[in-house]
Design a binder for this molecule. Structure first.
Ligand code: FA5
Ligand code: MG
Length: 424
């Protein structure tokens, strides 16, 4: 068990289901582009290691399985790290050709304005049954006929790579090139349709706020890049150009046929995607900090309403930041007995995510950012030292000096108590 109570207390929040919450509105907006799909929105986040990893073909040594990355409840049970944990179960039920799953997911991760240890994903999949097609039609033709039903758009989408590539992004043996071209076209067009719907809503919001329409000012820039997931091949990611950089919003690909075979539906084949709802909602509403989604402050919540057109989020005043540094020596090899020792073979058992978690535990949402600012290895003893800079800032009020001093003192002490480091 490496799951703190603060993480467990997020489970009942179910932000994606709260009426008028921006994540719920974003979910509904995307769902409206997939009306004939079955929508699953209440799947429980506690899943087995088998569901989260084994059923998807994660290799035994994949880093995602590690205790530094995943919250375990016991050795066989985790808080799901992605909505893909439910793929095999839903394929086995075989209730509909297409489905969406929206849910909370949990990952030990960095602390900054776009990362939070609990976030929300939407998974989608669409499959076709080889057997149910009439003799007259090939699978390829049937899929292309479905592609033609997806609304067209006029945005410029970068897609420089071939649909599959023998080394980088291989075709599965059981699929023909033509089938994969058709499925990939259906997948990419469906997701581009979502992005266009989001962008149109965001542009109207910008126009309503009296800003130059985003579509006149800066045209939507979107691109497909090659990717890797253990459970799809070929695989891609979709990136959107936002605030001067490419932002990854989703991963997707052609479902590995093993998953279908093991789920008792060997005749079905198709695509799946997983997107980050916060990433899309931040883009849609111009929400600057991922912690805001957890706020119960009416100055935040009152700005969103599902019955009305999307309006840009108007930040309430930005409260002052307070930066504080902590420097420490890692435990040396000889004293590696206590603390969080997990792996006897690694001389100094330290992972940055442990620092992040101590910060979250002590400071909750009063910490905005934790960053490594210096790293040093003693030339004689070989001991390692790190310096982390913490930015304390509340989204809702000005913190007093006493308060930040006290938080920082507790943070330092917990680093010693939990990680066994030596403060400098
Ligand atoms: C996955 O989780 C795969 N399960 C996606 C998938 C599904 C691929 C089905 C193929 C088929 P990834 O770890 O890249 O992939 O996360 C998917 C999306 O979740 C990212 O593109 C991003 O939008 C969002 N995301 C990931 N980590 C975070 C985070 N810490 N905070 C907020 N959003 C995140
Ligand atoms: Mg990714």
């Amino acid at each position: 068990m490496n799951t703190p109570s603060t993480i467990l207390s997020a489970i009942p929040r179910r932000l994606h289901l709260q009426p008028d919450h921006p994540l719920a509105i974003t979910r509904q907006l995307i769902e409206s582009r997939f009306l004939d799909y079955k929508h699953h929105n209440t799947l429980f986040p506690v899943v087995t290691v088998k569901q989260n990893f084994d059923s998807l073909g994660f290799p035994a040594d994949h880093v995602g399985r590690s205790r530094t990355d995943t919250y375990y409840l016991n050795k066989d049970t985790v808080l799901r790290t992605h909505t893909s944990a439910h793929q095999a179960d839903i394929f086995r039920k075989n209730e509909s050709a297409g489905y969406l799953i929206s849910a909370d997911v949990y990952r030990r991760d960095a602390i900054d304005r776009s990362h939070y240890p609990v976030f929300h994903q939407m998974e989608g999949a669409r499959t076709w049954d080889r057997e149910s097609l009439g003799q007259s039609k090939s699978l390829e033709e049937a899929i292309w006929a479905d592609v033609a039903k997806i609304p067209t758009h006029s945005i410029n989408v970068g897609d420089p790579n071939p649909t599959f590539h023998p080394e980088r992004n291989p075709l599965q043996e059981c699929h023909s090139a033509g089938e994969v071209e058709a499925i990939a076209a259906h997948l990419k067009r469906s997701l581009e349709d979502v992005v266009v719907a989001i962008f149109n809503a965001a542009s109207s919001a910008a126009a309503a706020a009296g800003e130059i329409s985003a579509s006149q000012d800066e045209p939507l820039k979107v691109r497909w890049v090659e990717a890797y997931f253990p459970f799809t091949s070929p695989s891609w990611e979709l990136e959107i150009f936002w605030q001067d950089d490419w932002l990854e919003v989703l991963g997707c690909g052609i479902i590995k046929q093993d998953i279908m075979d093991n789920a008792g539906v060997p005749n079905r084949l198709g695509w799946a995607f997983g997107l980050g709802l916060e990433r899309i909602a931040m883009l849609l509403y111009s929400i600057p900090d991922i912690r805001l989604f957890w706020s119960t402050d009416p100055r935040f919540l009152s700005q969103f309403s599902s019955g009305e057109p999307i309006r840009r989020f108007v930040p309430f005043s930005k409260y002052p930041a307070c930066f504080k540094d902590v420097s420490f020596w890692l435990r040396s090899t000889s004293s590696a007995a206590g603390g969080l020792s997990r792996n006897a073979s690694s001389p100094v058992d330290f992972h940055e995510n442990d620092v992040m978690e101590v910060a979250r535990e002590v400071c909750g949402d009063l910490v905005e950012d934790v960053r490594l600012v210096d790293e040093f290895t003693h030339p004689k003893t070989g001991r390692k030292s790190f310096c982390y800079r913490t930015n304390y800032r509340s989204l809702e009020r000005t913190l007093t000096n006493e308060e930040t001093n006290e938080l920082h003192e507790r943070f330092r002490q917990q680093l010693v108590d939990k990680l066994g480091v030596e403060l400098r």
